[in-house]
Design a protein around this ligand. Structure first.
Ligand SMILES: O=C(O)CCC(=O)C(=O)O
Length: 281
């Protein structure tokens, strides 16, 4: 099936209105095997950006790595050649798409750890509405273990003090201290689940959940004792997105590599680090 028929009006409308949508069977075994080879390599040879996102007292782990496509030929192949850029572009309804970065979240069997609810854009070294992530489990993932989204929250105007992931991981690279001046405390979504419309889906390998970087999302984890979960996640930028360096800190912080590449605040991303991988014309 071509990408034009894979991405339907329903996906485009749901992404625009709800802030997240599920595309089932986006990729078949030919790309899943590439990503599994990439994940094996990544877990065998983690990058210096990797970290243990969480380790519970009973030994369950959630491992994170990011921007490894630069040294991982399997990830690079998927990012450049799978059509993922076009899927992201069509879902966002934009004319062109640049690649931003990749991340993985790999949970050992039975891990309960849930990622705290947060929005992505406030942590990033860019700003703009058309930022999206494609969250792709490489194995079956039950709805209760999948990433969750607060429906429509990508269009909320209130700014929130986001979680300082540095307090969770203890890693100095994760420290982002949101100012109290122009934010309010982050809403307690987990403690008041009945008050929010929370979206998530049962997912099979090859399905992707695409979401706007402004949507409140979190969760995953809650794995059954015999289930593990490895997710490959890519981030995509439309033409309205500009570079922004944030005084509260950034995670992941691209300011150094951007500066070294001659990119600064207000610029559009581009070049070898953030290549344009799809355009409508
Ligand atoms: O998979 C997870 O636990 C977290 C994913 C996430 O929050 C993200 O990609 O922004």
């Amino acid at each position: 099936m071509g990408i034009e028929s894979l991405v339907t009006d329903k996906h485009i409308d749901q992404y625009s209105t709800d802030g997240a949508t599920l595309i089932q069977n986006a990729f078949g075994e030919e790309w899943l095997s590439v990503l599994r080879a990439g994940m094996d390599l990544n877990l065998r040879e983690p990058s210096e950006r990797s970290r243990m996102w969480n380790r519970s007292e009973d030994g369950h782990t959630t491992f994170y790595d990011g921007q490894t496509w630069l040294s991982n030929p399997h990830y690079r192949d998927f990012i450049e050649n799978s059509g993922m850029a076009e899927i992201a572009g069509r879902v966002m309804g934009v004319q062109s798409v640049n690649f931003f970065f990749d991340t993985i979240f790999s949970r050992s069997t039975g891990t309960q750890f849930r990622t705290p609810f947060h929005q992505d854009e406030p942590y990033w070294s860019v700003e703009g509405f058309d930022c999206s992530s494609a969250w792709m489990p490489l194995m079956s993932c039950e709805k209760r273990s999948a990433l969750e989204f607060v429906r429509g929250s990508h269009r909320w105007e209130q700014r929130f003090a986001q979680t300082n992931f540095g307090a969770l991981t203890g890693d100095e690279r994760d420290q982002v201290q949101f100012s109290q001046d122009d934010t309010v405390p982050f809403p307690d979504i987990e403690g008041n689940r009945d008050e929010y419309e929370i979206l998530s889906w049962d997912m099979e390998p090859g399905d992707i959940a695409i979401f706007n970087a402004r949507i409140i999302h979190g969760g995953s984890g809650l794995l059954r004792e015999d289930r593990d979960l490895s997710v490959f996640n890519t981030q995509w930028l439309g033409p309205d997105v500009k570079i922004k360096f944030r005084s509260e800190g950034m995670d992941p912080d691209h300011s150094e590599v951007m500066t070294a590449a001659g990119l600064g605040p207000g610029d559009r991303v581009g070049g070898e680090l953030y290549p344009e991988l799809w355009s409508a014309v």
